[in-house]
Write a protein that binds this ligand. Structure first.
Ligand SMILES: *Cc1c(COP(=O)(O)O)cnc(C)c1O
Length: 353
C-alpha cells in the first residue's frame, strides 16, 4: 500500500478472480465460462466495428437495447447495458445503498457482494444458509434492508422458485431486491417477468456464462424505469461509454442467434446431469445444482486435496478456502468429452488415494 492510499479503503480486501492460466493446456472448469465459442456471425460483427475504433461508441447501446427488449419482453426504458454484470451490481450497490440503507445477502454466495459493500462504504449483513446450503426464504421476509440474492446461488447452484422470490420482493416494498441471474439460462424461470409488477425488483444478468462472451464483458440490469434511471445517473457519473463498440456488436450478434445459445445451454444441462450421476456412483455428495457448475465433496478426499490432484493432472476446478465449504469444489460443466475426461481422472485419483 502506498502512503497515499485512502484511509477509507485501507481495509478493503479485493475480489479474487479464478485462475486464468496463460498456457492453455488445462481443461478449464474453474470460472464457469462456456466451453463453446461464439459463432462466426459474432466474429464478423466485431471485425466490422474494429475499423471504427477511432470513434466513441454509442453510450446508450441503442441497437443492442432494441434487440434486448425484443428477446426479454420488456421496454427499452427498463434496460441498462453494462461492462459485465459486475458493473451492474456495483452501480446498484452505489445507487441504492448507503449509510442509512444497508444490504443483506447469504453468507455463502458470490464473493463480490461484500467487496462492493466495502468499496462503497455500505453496511452489510450475511445471513447463514441452512445446513443443506439452501437459502431460508423466511430469513428474507420483511428484513427492511436491501437484498441481493444470486438465483441460482453460487457456488451451490441451488435455485429458488419464482414464487419464493416474489414473496421476498412483496414483503420488502420499501427496499430494492436485486436478483443476480448469472446462471438462470441453465435453470428455472427468470424473475424478469415480475419486473413490470414490482418497482423494487432489479434483475441483473450477464452474457458471460450462457452466451459465451465472458471475455467481451457484457451484462445488464432490468427493472422499473425509475430504477434504471438511477443506475444511469451512476453510469453517466462514472463511465458513459461503459460498453465498448466491439462488445456492443458482439452482444447484438449473439442475440440475433439467441436460440443457438439457448440450445447450447440445454446441452450443458444434459452434461451436468450425466456428470452428477457419474460422480454419485463414485461416492460424491453434491448440492442440487441447476447451474452450469456443480458443487461436490467426497468423504475420502478433502476439497483442497482433490483440487490439487486434478490440477496436477491438467484439470482446473475452483476451490474456496472458507471454513464452511472447504471440503467442496465447484466444477464448471463443459463439453461431454471434457466431462468424460474429468470422470476418468477422478476415478484414477480415488483409486490411488
Ligand atoms: C459470473 C458471475 C457474475 C459476473 O459476471 P460478469 O458478467 O462476467 O461480470 C455475477 N454474479 C454471479 C453470481 C456470477 O457467478
Amino acid at each position: 500500500m502506498s502512503r497515499f492510499f485512502s484511509n477509507r479503503l485501507s481495509s478493503l480486501v479485493p475480489y479474487i478472480p479464478g485462475e486464468q492460466p496463460k498456457d492453455t493446456k488445462y481443461i478449464k472448469l474453474n470460472t464457469n465460462e462456456s466451453p463453446f465459442k461464439p459463432t462466426q456471425k459474432v466474429a464478423k460483427a466485431v471485425e466490422k466495428q474494429a475499423g471504427l475504433l477511432q470513434l466513441y461508441c454509442d453510450p446508450e447501446c441503442s441497437d443492442l437495447v432494441i434487440k434486448m427488449s425484443e428477446v426479454f419482453g420488456v421496454g427499452k426504458e427498463n434496460i441498462l447495458m453494462t461492462n459485465g454484470s459486475d458493473e451492474a451490481l456495483n452501480f446498484a450497490f452505489m445507487a441504492f445503498c448507503g449509510e442509512e440503507t444497508s444490504i443483506v445477502f447469504p453468507d455463502i454466495t458470490y464473493g463480490f457482494y461484500p467487496v462492493f459493500a466495502e468499496l462503497n462504504n455500505i453496511k452489510f449483513e450475511q445471513i447463514p444458509l441452512k445446513d443443506n446450503f439452501s437459502i431460508c426464504v423466511d430469513d428474507y421476509i420483511s428484513v427492511n434492508k436491501n437484498i441481493v440474492i444470486a438465483n441460482p446461488n453460487a457456488p451451490t447452484g441451488i435455485y429458488l422458485s419464482l414464487h419464493e422470490i416474489e414473496k421476498i420482493v412483496v414483503s420488502n416494498p420499501d427496499n430494492v431486491v436485486i436478483i443476480d441471474e448469472a446462471y438462470i439460462d441453465f435453470s428455472g424461470e427468470s424473475a424478469v417477468k415480475l419486473t413490470n409488477k414490482y418497482d423494487n425488483l432489479l434483475v441483473v444478468g450477464t452474457f458471460s456464462k450462457s452466451r459465451c462472451m465472458a471475455g467481451a464483458r457484457l451484462g445488464f440490469a432490468i427493472g422499473n424505469e425509475k430504477l434504471i434511471n438511477d443506475l444511469n445517473t451512476i453510469k453517466y457519473s462514472t463511465n458513459p461509454y461503459n460498453v465498448n463498440r466491439l462488445t456492443q456488436s458482439a452482444g447484438l450478434a449473439v442475440l440475433e442467434e439467441n436460440e443457438y445459445y439457448m440450445e447450447k445451454c440445454r446441452e450443458i444441462c444434459n452434461n451436468r446431469e450425466w456428470t452428477k450421476s457419474e460422480l454419485k456412483k463414485l461416492g460424491f455428495c453434491m448440492t442440487d445444482s441447476t447451474a452450469n457448475f456443480i458443487f461436490v465433496s467426497h468423504g475420502k478426499i478433502g476439497g483442497e486435496d482433490l483440487y490439487f490432484a486434478l490440477k496436477n493432472r491438467g484439470i482446473l476446478v475452483r476451490h474456496f478456502s472458507s471454513e464452511k465449504i472447504k471440503n467442496y469444489n465447484r466444477i464448471t460443466i463443459g463439453t461431454k468429452e471434457q466431462m468424460e475426461i474429468l470422470i476418468k481422472t477422478i476415478k484414477n485419483i480415488l483409486s490411488k488415494h
